[in-house]
Write a protein that binds this ligand. Structure first.
Ligand code: PGA
Length: 228
């Protein structure tokens, strides 16, 4: 039987210069060479800023590393006169996934339900899989979104994660909303110490760490933890 991989999705948010991103990659690569693991078991996705995507893609391909790139956001519009936006078509050969609707986007950039639905459509049309983030089980999810990130706002960056039991309960409710929803990821203060508690819960298919993705060592140890 084919093993269903656990998703580990690192979100760098607005962090890292080009040099810092390259150093992160070199550190990750060195760890990978020293402690290779079975990457059939995990799907390691990294969401760096747009400026890093092209460089990281080349480095990953060159080193044959099992890292998959994702955008942190995507324009609700197709190519055109939308200064400052990055369209799904611009991203389509760079990333397999895009986060959509992270709580920080909703809060600081006032992203509305309609707007998020357009973003999901743009991603889909261009072959990019949305990782649609919701902050609780009541939030609206656009049609055809298969991967959902459950990220309670109060757990993000606070060191106070949701309990694995409650996160699994919410993930179960989210899955019951649509047969399209196959995967629910938990995010909010996940680290190497607590990751196993989440991924062993029946409704949780992976984790979405922010802070714990910022150093290669912390991020690598998340995957490594699952192989002990
Ligand atoms: P955190 O962030 O792991 O730093 O809490 C999670 C997120 O916002 O995706």
């Amino acid at each position: 039987m084919m093993q269903v991989p656990i998703f580990i999705i690192g979100n760098w948010k607005s962090n890292k210069t080009i040099n810092e991103a390259v150093v992160w990659f070199q550190d990750f690569h060195a760890l990978w060479k020293k402690y290779p693991f079975n990457y059939q078991k995990v799907r390691i996705i990294l969401c760096p800023g747009y400026i890093h995507l092209s460089t990281l893609k080349s480095l990953i391909e060159l080193a044959h590393l099992p890292l998959i790139l994702s955008a942190q956001n995507i324009s609700p519009y197709a190519n055109g006169a939308y200064t400052g936006e990055v369209s799904a078509e611009m991203l389509k050969n760079l990333v397999e996934y895009s986060l959509i609707g992270h709580s920080e986007r909703r809060k600081y950039f006032h992203e509305s339900v309609g707007n998020l639905s357009l973003k999901a459509d743009q991603a889909k049309v261009n072959g990019i899989e949305p990782i649609f983030c919701v902050q609780d089980e009541k939030m609206q999810i656009p049609k055809n979104c298969k991967i959902i990130g459950y990220e309670p706002v109060w757990a993000i960056g606070t060191g106070k994660p949701d309990s694995p039991e409650n996160a699994s309960r919410v993930a179960g409710i989210i899955k019951s909303k649509s047969k399209d929803i196959k995967t629910v990821i938990y995010g909010g203060s996940v680290n190497a110490e607590n990751i196993s508690q989440y991924i062993h819960m029946s409704n949780i298919d992976g984790v979405l760490p922010g802070g714990a993705s910022l150093t290669a060592k912390a991020f690598f140890s998340l995957s490594h933890e699952l192989h002990k």
